[in-house]
Design a protein around this ligand. Structure first.
Ligand code: NAP
Ligand code: HSE
Length: 430
């Protein structure tokens, strides 16, 4: 590459504008450190007239050919999001040998393998640190520092929007809707925030992390996910009274040589390191026999924070030879995916029941017959009804689900039971 590196950017929203700002502010430092001057020469958008404070309108184009068809462009930054036409455009760029930096987790969690293959074939480079946990360098650490660390589990708070919502509900009693609106205003949420609150954003990130941690291809379709959109604030409050904090967790682990990856709301004990990760911060706890525990924590969403990871990937490309440094990361070991129901977990179970003699005994009997044992019981009378909250000892999930099916059918049980995994105590899933 010549002294001036010509960059084409696809998208100029929350992250894209952050990239332009950082490149402008750090131009001198970058040139001194790398010997290259980074120049954004073209920026693709849909609406040329939209307000973009500080962005030179002369850079803007609505024609993708101005970037994809320009052979003088050295690096493409993709911060437009979406699957289509993004997938086809990046395949084309990589196939032509143009390095690509992307923050697009949904695209990577579906098409990562063929994008990396195109990078290999085209002799180019695909970097995607910003796609997971914004500025926290979790991909670099997994791929470079911990490549041979035989990771057993990756447990993370990997969505800033939902962590912000849960933290604000707990800290200030803010409503779910108000907290979500604030997260959108602050630039944390996806263009469609249903991806955040429904768990799809976290599932995509966990698929990417699991692929790298376990050297096995994991796609978003391999990751069952539940978000926080169905969560009831009562359960957040009761969990707090019991000494737990509600989090949306991604949990990826090896179980008897198979890979299990999931995203779901979970209770973590108040003294667990993940419990204190608040606001839009993310954290990833990496565990292995070899290195014990490493936790990476920091800003997990936001335009400037994500843009900083994008810029860092651009600098890595300048300092590396052609070829993807992540090639092979997605399919070395080829481990199978773990069967559903083969895992063990402790659980929080909430039942709204008739407040009558013998109800607790009948419920305990159902759990006992399924081989599920109770650690703690909390009961509150509410008129004719009672609210029973139990923490269940770690048990095979298939047994807990069987008991849940029977509890649902009991006349004593007046509403759909609520079952939430407990993670990170002696009762943690494994
Ligand atoms: P955004 O604010 O919605 O910006 C998207 C930009 O892409 C806009 O400039 C839009 O043009 C342009 N664009 C979208 N589709 C296009 C198309 N078909 N053709 C031309 N231009 C198109 O999104 P963002 O928050 O910056 O996120 C961008 C990417 O970064 C996404 O993949 C997201 O998942 C990822 N990401 C975001 C964050 C975050 O905190 N926001 C963090 C990590 C990763 P207009 O301006 O004309 O609408
Ligand atoms: N919407 C994402 C989040 C952005 O809230 O975590 C960071 O990927």
């Amino acid at each position: 590459m010549s002294d001036t590196v010509r960059i084409g950017m696809l998208g100029c929203g929350t992250v894209g504008q952050g990239v332009l700002r950082i490149l402008g502010e750090t131009a001198g430092t970058v040139e001194r450190a790398t010997g290259h001057r980074l120049e954004v020469v073209r920026v693709l958008v849909r609406d040329l007239q939209a307000s973009r404070p500080g962005v030179d309108p002369a850079l803007l184009t609505a024609d993708p050919e101005d970037i994809l068809g320009d052979d003088t462009i050295d690096i493409i930054i993709e911060v437009m999001g979406g699957l289509d036409p993004t997938h086809e455009w990046l395949l084309r760029a990589l196939g032509h040998g143009t390095p690509v930096v992307t923050a697009n987790k949904q695209l990577l969690a579906r098409h990562g393998p063929d994008l990396l293959a195109a990078a290999e074939e085209g002799g180019s480079d695909l970097r995607f640190e910003a796609s997971v946990c914004a500025v926290i360098p979790v991909i670099k650490v997994l791929r470079e520092s911990l490549l041979a660390a035989e990771i057993d589990s990756v447990t993370g708070i990997v969505n800033g929007t939902t962590n912000y919502i849960l933290s604000e509900m707990r800290r200030s009693g803010m409503s779910y809707d108000d907290a979500l609106a604030q997260a959108q205003d602050l630039g944390y949420a996806e263009a469609d925030p249903a991806d955040d609150v429904g768990g799809a954003d976290a599932a995509a990130k966990m698929a990417i992390l699991a692929s790298i941690a376990f050297h096995t291809r994991v796609l978003i379709d391999d990751v069952p996910y539940v978000g926080i959109d169905e969560l009831q604030s009562d359960d957040v409050d009761i969990a707090g009274e019991l000494g737990f904090v509600m989090k949306l967790l991604g949990v990826a682990r090896l179980v008897d040589g198979a890979v299990s990856v999931r995203v779901h709301p979970a209770l973590v004990p108040g003294d667990h390191p993940l419990a204190s990760v608040s606001g839009a911060d993310n954290a990833v706890l990496l565990e292995s026999t070899m290195v014990r525990q490493i936790m990476l924590v920091g800003p997990g969403a936001g335009g400037t924070e994500t843009a900083s990871a994008v810029v860092s990937d651009v600098l890595s490309i300048l300092g590396s030879r052609p070829g993807s440094f992540l090639a092979g990361a997605l399919a070395d070991a080829g481990l199978p995916m773990a069967a559903e129901g083969s895992l063990e977990s402790a659980f929080y179970l909430r039942l709204d029941v008739a407040d009558q003699p013998g109800v607790l005994a009948r419920i305990s009997a159902v759990l006992g017959e399924s081989g599920v044992s109770i650690l703690t019981v909390l009961q509150r009378g509410e008129g004719e009804s009672a609210r029973l909250v139990m923490i269940l000892h770690r048990s095979p999930e298939a047994r807990v689900q069987e008991a849940l099916g029977r509890l649902r059918d009991m006349r004593d049980v007046r509403a759909e039971p609520v079952l939430i995994a407990v993670v990170g105590s002696g009762e943690a899933p494994r």
